[in-house]
Structures are given as C-alpha cells and as structure tokens.
Design a protein around this ligand. Structure first.
Ligand code: ZN
Length: 697
C-alpha cells in the first residue's frame, strides 16, 4: 500500500457556526427549537435525512391554563431540515420523569405511556428517543448522527479514541438499541459525571445539550469539529480506502457500460415490483468504489442504526475489472449478486424473525460496482434517492473510521433488532400509500404535445416516473418542469435509429430502464390522392409506421433484457380503422401501426409484454398537429371554416362530444396498468366520441 496522499480533511468537514441570534429574539421556545433543528439539519453531515432529534423543556400553559413543564420533542417520521412547529410533540414532563425510577419498560408500554403524556392527542407520535431527551437533565438537547462523530463511535477502537479526542468531556455508552434502557444508561452516566459536555453512543451517535438553544447548537458543533480535526490529524499520510485498486475507466465508457447493464440489474431487483434506480458517479462514490479496501469495508455493516431501513445492513458489492470484463460479464455478475443478496436476506430474516415479522424488501437498496459507481434502488424515486443520500453518509463515516484504524458496525442480531423494530417500521408506515404505477418508468414519444403531456401527467399522478421524449427539446424541457424530479426530458427523432437508441439510453441512465412505452409522436397530412406526392407518402410512413416500428423495436430489446414484462401502447387514430377521404397517406400509415401492434402483441406475449392501441379522433385541444396546416386542410376538405372544426367534429360523433387529451391519457393509463389490463394484449380502444365506421367488428 502506498502512503503518499494525505486524506483530505474535507472528508470529515468542520462545521461553520451559522447561528443568527436575531432569529431567536422575541420568539417562543418552540420557534427557537424549529430554527435550531432546521439549521443543524441544513448540513447533512450533521443530521441524516429523517434522522436525529432535538428537544426543549419549557414552562407553558396547558389547555386548562395551568403552568406545565413541557418537553417538546421531534415527532416520529419527520425530517429536522424541514420540520415546523407541527412536527414536534409536547409532553407533560412531570408525568414522564417518574419513569426514571423504573428498571425496565417494553417498547409497547413506553409508546402507550408517552401517548398519554401528550399535551394534545392529535400531535404526532413522539420520537423513539423521547426518553433520552426527557432524562437528560438540561433544557435543550440535540441527538444527532454526524459523520465526524460516526467515524469515532464506529471505529474498532472507538472508546479509546473517544477518550483521546474528548478527554473527560465525553461519556461513552456501549451499543444498545434505542429505547428505555439506553435512555436510563445515558441519564445514569450524566448523573455520575455532571461536568461532562457530551455523550457518545457507540456505533450510533452523539448527545449534546445546553442551557439555551444557542448553547445547545454550539455544543453540537464543537463536538463535531473536535472529532473532525481529530480524525484529520490521525488520518494524515494514508490514502482513503487503501488507495485506488486499479486505474478507473473514463466517464464516457462508464456511462456506456451502465446503460448496457442497468436494465438487467433493474429486472433482478424488481422481483416483487418495479424499482426506480438512481445512479451516482460523484467523486466521493468513485473514490469509495475504486478503493482497495472497499470490497471488505462495504460489507462490515450499516454506518448508523438510522440508515438500516433505507440501506439495509450492507450493499451488494460487484467486482468489475475493465481489462477482463465486458458488459455481458458485468451484467451477468450483477444479476447473480442480486440473487445471492436476496437469498442471504431471506436466510437472515428466517434466522432472526419473530412470528409477526414481514420481510418487506429482499433486494439490495444499494449496489456498488467496483470502479464504476453506485446504483440505489427504491420502490419510489424518493426512496431510491434517500438510500443514495444515506449511503453518502455511510461512505463518509467509513472513510473516517477506517482512517482511525478500522470500522465496526452492528452485528446481524443487532441490525435485525433495528431493521424489524416496530418503532422503526412505524416511520415507514407514515409514508403515503403506494400508488398504482409506483416504481414504474414510462417513456412517452411526442411527450411535449397535447396527448403526450396529458399521458405524462396521468403517469406522474399514478406514481410513475416519466421520460418525456420529443423532437422539440425546448417544449419537452418546459413540460417536465411541472413534475419536479419525477420526469426528465429527452431528445428524440423517431425517424432516426441512433436517436431512438440514445433516448432509451438516457431513460436507462435516468431511472434504470423502462416498463411502459407510449408511441405517440406523429404528424398528419391531408391531400387528395391525385395530389399526394411520394414525398408526402414517405414522410407519413417514416414518422408514423416506421417510427412506431423503431420505437417498439428498441422498447422490446430493453424490456426483454429487463425481463419483467411491460407494456407498449400505440396511439393510433380513428383513421387506423375508418377509411377517410383526402388523407390516404396518413390513414394508411395509421392502419400499419395498428397491425404492427397486433403482430408485436403476438410476438412479445411470451415475454409478458403487452401491446395495445388507443385510437383517438380529432383531439384538437393542445395539439401541435392541429396548429399546423392540417386544421386548414381538414376544414377545406369538409367545406367549413377552420374555427368551425370543433363543432363539426362534435356533431359527427355518436355521443356529440369533443375528445380531449385527458380522455386519451385515461385510455393509455388503462393499457399501462397491469391491475386494469394485465390480461389484455393485441387490443385497441377507440376514444373518439363514437364513430360508427371505426366500431370494432
Ligand atoms: Zn439516534
């Protein structure tokens, strides 16, 4: 091992004091607590996503007007970065303190007892670590899991290092799961040494306090910064993670490789429902996945109990040697690694489970590919991002701990006791119920147009993430702004094979693969047959019939590779079925699409891929086709003025209605959803207000 490059001190950064006294002047204790909490968590190296908790003890009037000692503590399931007053729960402290006299208390008993101490029953359930706050004999208490502290409490020789770093200022508590017993241990330790400034919880985190909100904030920052400079000083002289294992591959090759292997990985992860994947090739991740010690280090265990339900005990580590392995070899190894992980997860669950426990997710949440990057997986985009972000914290903790001589974590029994702890699972139960297309990735061509953007809306509303593919990249970029991070814009020209391949590649790199492809990009033209040029004929067939073929061919390749079925939906036309005067080129191409869909349904059924068609008619609203010369041409063909077309089309339908983009989107959603149409393929659904010529027969 070379010992040349010093570990950059930014690996365990010192935290800047950003306390603004003006923000707490004239506000009540709860507002000051909100400010302190938000400020602490604005730096994720201080407070994990959803982790940590803060409190204040304050005298205030209860609902009867009586002066009451109230403990305000974070409610379970909220995030300190965004928490407001309503995220905290007020508890009557004089009802809690007698618990200090008890020797033991079960979790169920503790939860039920604390529920009765709430000032208001409608407040959220108080944090798992409420008693820790109540029993710490100071008005303001912070409990956090900062990276720099994690490096010490997660180091093999943590207790001795803690003494070296903090001297007599710190109290050391060996690991036990949060709850009544841990809270008592902390209370006893502080009582035995009242001059101590902080408590270090082995393999877990930090407890600090103060007489005021500002003092508590400062105490937390001071503890972190002492730990940060201690780690930095000890780490001098050695490269992180033992230095790079082998030369890395360049960024372009890396992305090409990932685009080839991710659908198969996503398929293996999605044995019990689709996952959204998030790719991370940031410098911190690349340094870790390239590290010589990382294959072993990554398998030690979680860096903080709080991470467990989001990252599991350990990630799947997949070896990759660019000299030896091609994409196919890596693909195979990824699938194998996921299967092995799932088998181990079932065995772990069976070994430790209680009767009522349920294995909610057997798949890895984090997959590390040696020298290439990190892939996180979740049933929702939010979950995938949370796993990714928490694993960044884990990398920082391991970086520090290994620089201090070695990293330790919870053993399997301890991990299980957290991962399947009802109080930890309760937090997950606060998430909104799963939506119909949760975890599904949908790609829509012509996604910026009227029907395409309505379909994208319907997908996002149903919980899917969407790739809005369009030749008009500016409009596609505008459409996705409505969807936050649930959609990405992608350039595509459906007449260009390379462009289509690139669009699927972009979709794969954005979310890991695709499940639903809506072929919708199109044009329309109108001309009597005697005036239909061969160019016009070719153009219609190029964009429609051939474009649908190319988009579907690439969809089939990706879906088959992924191996979890899927849905291809063609947006056809009434003209796919009904003959129409003066639009032969368009109508013939639309008819070709419909038959192509039926051929593909027959061919792809064995892979669980369903292919269906939605036939709209005269969807004028929001349509770019109808903004073109098509409107004038159709009006001329019917002998009416262009602005009379809406009424004209309405009157000629059986139901006397105009068809809107949202109507087509509803039909697309029907064919996308396995719940609604999982046993339907080779079908079509007319959404045309009723046109007898197009009735199926
Ligand atoms: Zn904690």
């Amino acid at each position: 091992m070379t010992r040349a490059t010093p570990l950059p001190t930014k690996s365990v950064p010192s935290i800047e004091d950003r306390w603004d006294p003006a923000r707490v002047t004239g506000v009540d204790e709860l507002d000051a607590l909100v400010y302190r909490s938000n400020l602490l968590a604005s730096d994720r190296s201080v407070v994990n996503f959803g982790g940590g908790n803060t409190s204040v003890k304050a005298l205030q009037a209860d609902h009867t007007g009586r002066a009451t000692n109230v403990l305000w503590v974070k409610g379970s399931g909220s995030d300190l970065a965004t928490i407001g007053r309503g995220g905290f729960t007020g508890l009557r402290l004089e009802e809690i303190m007698p618990l200090l006299e008890r020797d033991a208390m079960s979790d169920e008993e503790m939860v039920a007892y604390l529920a009765r101490c709430q000032l208001d029953p409608s407040m959220p359930r108080p944090s798992i670590e409420t008693l820790l706050h109540a029993f710490t004999p100071h008005p303001h208490v912070d409990h956090t899991h900062p990276d720099a502290i994690g490096a010490i409490v997660g180091a093999t020789d943590g207790e001795r290092l803690a003494a070296d770093c903090f001297g007599g200022d710190a109290l050391w508590i060996p690991y036990i799961r949060p709850g009544f017993a841990l809270s008592k241990l902390v209370a006893d330790a502080i009582a035995s040494k009242p001059e101590a400034k902080l408590v270090l919880l082995a393999k877990h985190g930090l407890v600090t306090w103060g007489a005021s909100a500002a003092e508590s904030y400062t105490a937390t920052l001071e503890a972190i910064n002492r730990a940060a400079s201690f780690v930095a000083a000890r780490a001098e002289g050695g490269p992180a993670f033992g230095g790079a294992r082998r030369p890395g591959i360049d960024a372009e090759a890396r992305m090409g490789l990932l685009a080839e292997v991710l659908p198969a990985l996503r398929g293996a992860l999605g044995v019990d429902g689709p996952r959204v994947l998030q790719l991370d090739t940031s410098p911190a991740v690349l340094e870790f996945v390239g590290g010589d010690e990382s294959p072993e280090l990554s398998q030690v265990g979680a860096a903080c109990p709080d991470h467990l339900v989001h990252t599991k005990r350990r990630p799947a580590w997949v070896a990759y040697d660019p000299e030896r392995d091609d994409a196919a070899a890596l693909r195979e190894r990824l699938v194998e690694a996921v299967r092995e992980f799932q088998a181990r997860e079932h065995a772990y669950f069976e070994q430790y489970r209680a009767e009522d426990d349920k294995l909610l997710d057997p798949s890895p949440r984090v997959v590390l590919i040696e020298g290439v990057g990190m892939v996180s997986a979740g049933r929702t985009l939010k979950a995938a991002k949370l796993s990714r972000d928490l694993y960044h914290r884990a990398i920082a903790v391991m970086r520090g701990a290994s620089a201090l001589g070695g990293f330790v974590s919870l053993d399997d029994a301890e991990s299980f006791a957290i991962e399947f702890w009802p109080l930890e699972l309760y937090k997950l139960s606060l998430a909104p119920p799963p939506r119909e297309l949760q975890g599904v990735v949908a790609l829509v061509t012509g996604g910026a147009g009227g029907i395409g953007s309505a379909a994208a809306h319907a997908f996002v509303d149903s919980g899917a993430v969407v790739v809005v593919a369009d030749i008009d990249s500016k409009s596609a970029a505008e459409v996705v702004t409505e969807f936050g991070d649930a959609a990405v814009p992608v350039d595509v020209d459906v007449t260009d094979e390379a462009s289509i391949v690139a669009a699927y590649r972009a979709a794969t790199l954005a979310f890991g693969g695709v499940d639903v492809v809506v072929s919708n990009a199109g044009i329309a033209s109108s001309a009597p047959i005697t005036e239909t040029s061969s160019e016009l004929w070719d153009r219609n067939h190029d964009i429609l019939a051939r474009g649908y073929f190319l988009v579907a061919r690439e969809a089939a390749r990706t879906l088959i590779d992924q191996g979890t079925g899927g849905a291809i939906i063609f947006v056809g036309s009434k003209n796919s079925l009904a003959p129409s005067k003066g639009a032969a080129a368009y109508s013939a191409a639309k008819a070709a699409e419909l038959h192509l869909a039926r051929c593909l349904a027959e061919e792809l059924g064995a892979h669980g891929i369903r292919v269906n068609t939605v036939n709209p008619d005269a969807v004028l609203a929001g349509s770019r086709i109808w903004d073109s010369s098509w409107r004038e041409e159709r009006a001329r063909a019917y002998g009416i003025e262009p602005d009379q077309l809406e009424a004209f089309y309405r009157e000629r339908t059986t139901l006397k209605v105009n068809v809107l983009p949202a109507d087509i989107a509803a039909a697309i959603l029907f064919f996308a959803s396995p719940v609604r149409s999982g046993k339907s393929t080779g079908n079509f659904l007319n959404v045309d207000g009723g046109v007898a010529l197009a009735y199926p027969r």
